[in-house]
Design a protein around this ligand. Structure first.
Ligand SMILES: Nc1ncnc2c1ncn2[C@@H]1O[C@H](COP(=O)(O)OP(=O)(O)OP(=O)(O)O)[C@@H](O)[C@H]1O
Ligand SMILES: [Mg+2]
Length: 260
């Protein structure tokens, strides 16, 4: 089996402005995800997790390195569009990622409309089904983001991605701003999506307990490098890198996210 999405030798330099120095956010990183796989990316703040995940969908451009989609280098705008048919990125902050002046139905149906998929009625039906899939009501399509809680908005963001039937969703800290019990609900939703529909997931988090619960394989990032990658089981039972050992030593023993 070939990776659905792959990144090879990715570097990213951010140019400093004024007095701030240049930052090497990524320093030669390789990544891959097989169809239907659930991969975690962990590491402390500033280690490059978001930069890598944004490069994987083309929101950010790598300074050097290649992204491959279905074994082919992604180069042209048409290649990136094709990649986004398969790979959807979900932002951490649902308050920022939903347009306040658009109804939930419009926000979710927007991508379908841009792609010219289906009639307005067919699109409305798909929006309704997707809202139910993420645990909301079909009638919520008429409401505006302001009336929903943080957890509900994150469900709406998920619906926006899922309505497009992606093969992989990249979830960048999508539960970190939420109450622990709401976190558990969203995580369980991701588990169901993977189990029932085979959706692959890249799950970015600094909470190792959450990543352990969800992911089959884990990449550990530290200062722009992937210092270790292993199956979840091996990583926890036999960590190789000093930084991984350090991260594991910070996890309270026996604890799992509340409610799961
Ligand atoms: N647009 C930008 N301009 C300048 N520097 C940036 C930019 N985006 C990220 N960086 C820098 O790149 C490095 C990696 O940042 P990144 O956001 O990828 O880390 P992260 O692992 O996602 O952190 P967090 O856990 O806080 O979300 C950091 O030093 C950050 O300050
Ligand atoms: Mg980040």
């Amino acid at each position: 089996m070939k990776p659905l999405l792959e990144a090879v030798g990715i570097t990213k330099e951010f140019r400093g402005r004024g007095r701030s120095l240049d930052v090497t956010a990524l320093d030669g990183v390789d990544f891959s995800i097989m169809p239907g796989e659930v991969v975690g990316i962990v590491g402390e703040s500033g280690s490059g997790k978001s930069t890598l995940s944004r490069i994987l969908v083309g929101i950010e451009k790598a300074t050097s390195g290649v992204v491959n989609h279905n074994d082919k280098a992604v180069e042209t705008p048409a290649d990136w569009r094709a990649l986004r048919f398969d790979v959807q990125y979900i932002f951490q902050d649902p308050y920022l990622s939903l347009a306040p002046h658009m109804s939930v139905g419009q926000s979710i149906g927007d991508g379908l409309e841009i792609r010219g998929e289906g009639t307005p009625k067919e699109r409305a039906n798909r929006v309704a089904k997707t809202l139910e899939m993420v645990g909301l009501k079909a009638s919520d399509a008429q409401s505006y983001p302001a009336v929903f809680s943080g957890g509900q908005r994150q469900r709406i963001s998920l619906a926006r991605a899922l309505v497009l039937n992606p093969k992989v969703i990249i979830c960048d800290e999508i539960v970190s701003g939420l109450d622990v019990s709401v976190q558990a609900q969203i995580l369980n939703l991701l588990v169901e999506l993977h189990r029932d529909q085979g959706v692959g997931i890249v799950f970015v988090s600094h909470d190792l307990r959450v990543v352990k619960y969800l992911c089959q394989r884990i990449l550990v990032m530290h200062r722009g490098l992937i210092v270790e990658t292993n199956t979840t089981e091996n990583l926890f039972s036999n960590p190789q890198h000093e930084y991984t050992k350090h991260l594991l030593s910070c996890v309270p023993a026996g604890l799992s996210p509340s409610g799961i």
